[in-house]
Design a protein around this ligand. Sequence first.
Ligand code: AFP
Length: 278
Amino acid sequence: MLNFLDSHLRYKSGAPHSLRHMIRYIARATKFIHHAIKTSDLGLAGTSNLFGEEQLSLDVLADRIIMDNLKVSGLVANAISEESEEETVFEHELKDETYSVAYDPLDGSSLVDTNLAIGSIFSIYKSGPFIGKTGREQVAALYAVYGPRTTLVYTTGKGVHEFTLNDVYEYSLTREDIKISDTSKYFAPGNLRAAQDNPKYKKLVDDWMLKGYTLRYSGGMVPDLNHILLKGQGIFTYPPFPPKYPNGKLRLLFECNPFAFLMEMAGGASMIPAVSSP
Ligand code: AFP
């Protein structure tokens, strides 16, 4: 019985009713996105379907699916998507405890046309303005990976747990209490070209190669970090690359905070530079 997301949330997450309910709506959204990825004919922006109607690109579609689900949950006061970056404040009557949700609807969307794994990332706070919030204030973080299988990994601060979408569209527990060890043999060096201009980064990468670490890098943060989490070891980096990304490319609110929370809850460590993209 505890094998499904609903019951796991209820009996193992330690989360209040309102948060559990909201996570269920997020999981619901990821099922629609899974379906859209499997069935859409790529959905490249500006293309039209058989009936001549313009198609939404997958990232825009994913964004709408998530925003709609957050809205109907009735538990979200405000939400912000990496896709729009305009905060949406929900005006409906909020009765229970409410939340603020920051999300990246389809991270790695540039990989869609080549059929590499992609994902959605969610960072959840007690409701309030996003400005001034720190990652430490998150009450939950989760992500979905759309790969050969669709999986969902969540934490509410009590362990990190993985669920796999089965053929009747239920998330069923595949790994409970995922842990990361202190040692590593994998490295995922994002933005490797920065090593050309950054001697410290070059030294680090050389050191990993000299130690015989195995490279595991797809160019999608979600599957790359998911690999580290599920193998229980690994290092992921994404250093700055001026002038294009003087503070690195990854976004603190949408990508770094939720993954830092998940990694730390699994016993790993995260380091986010003091100055990072908002
Ligand atoms: P997209 O969503 O624009 O494809 O970016 C994905 C991503 O933010 C992250 O998933 C990767 O770690 C990173 O970009 C890779 O970026 P570069 O290929 O530009 O280094």
